[in-house]
Design a protein around this ligand. Sequence first.
Ligand code: GN1
Ligand code: MG
Length: 373
Amino acid sequence: MAYDVASIARHFELAGKPEAIVPITTGHINDTYVVTENAGGQTARYVLQRINHYVFKEPVQVMANILRITKHIKSRVSKADPALASRQLTVIPSDEEPGWHRDSSGNFWRMYGFIENAVTYDTPESSDLACEAARMFGWFQGMLTDLPGSPLHETIPGFHDTPRRLRYFQQILAEDKCSRAKGAAAEIDFVLEHAALCNVLPDLVATGRMPVRIAHNDTKINNVMLDKNTGKGVCVIDLDTVMPGLSVHDFGDLVRTAACPAAEDERDLSKVVIDVSLFDALAQGFAQETGRFLRPVEKSHMVFGGTLITFEQMIRFLTDHLAGDVYYKVHREGHNLDRTRTQMKLVQSILEQEEILNGLVERAYSNSPNDAN
Ligand code: GN1
Ligand code: MG
């Protein structure tokens, strides 16, 4: 759908006039544009996004969370490192609201300052990069351990409620509206055979053994920005799903996206395996920042978090494939099935190497700053 993004951009408090607007196509959910403004010869860039309200039913709650989170992080960082504080996400107010603009068709838009001289990577190009990205997500979780006020809104109810995801999958499979189940028999069987994975973490939470914290909940490696020159972490982005969640889910999504150099939709499955040295780098980076505050039960379930989140993602892609590609943006026929297959291969690869990976996490935490237990 084409939007009149130039006139939408004008609703935000920019110093000058929007000059160029370029779409960015990497995300699966929201629509993103880079806006360049010109204020008396000085240019500055901004990120304009349309919040997908099919996915986020309450965009105002999403933005209320993000305003609290970004202010809190900025104020914490500014005490220790003002230069870094100026490179955190900043929400630009609109002419009517503190953080969003609602257009005449009911779409919600928001704008952030563009973080210059920083880059994101879709795949881990080196162990150093994987380690630094993981450190940033651990840092982010640490930053939010003291967020004051009421709990954050649950922007997608049951987002990582894997048993619920499984039930929904079973419903869509029973309907098989697009007659695609036949072509995905092996993947469907795999999900059904591994269904017991879904209940482990909910049981630990229900019995009070695993704490619910504020988690990012979408810790894809490309949701962290690194300095272009030094490679050092600058900030964490894509805050739409920051809400109550589990630390192991955040580590798990990192394993899913950064412990394997292949793309999420790679068709050559021989390339899709967990790379032990990338995994080790992730464990070290994450442990460095979280060793101080995580409980032993969280540390000992990090590898399981990788299995679970990857399995959950497999269920989500397969469900969307069976439902006719209604949730994730697809760019070719069978795209969600290709994604399903990579996730399945990754789950198998984690399970095969579980013992080694658990040993690496244990070592990373025993070498990390650790004063909680
Ligand atoms: C979506 O927004 P994006 O592309 O970072 C999805 C994640 C999935 C991911 C799979 C709100 O993330 O949960 O893990 O795609 N976000 C939402 O690549 O559903
Ligand atoms: Mg996202």
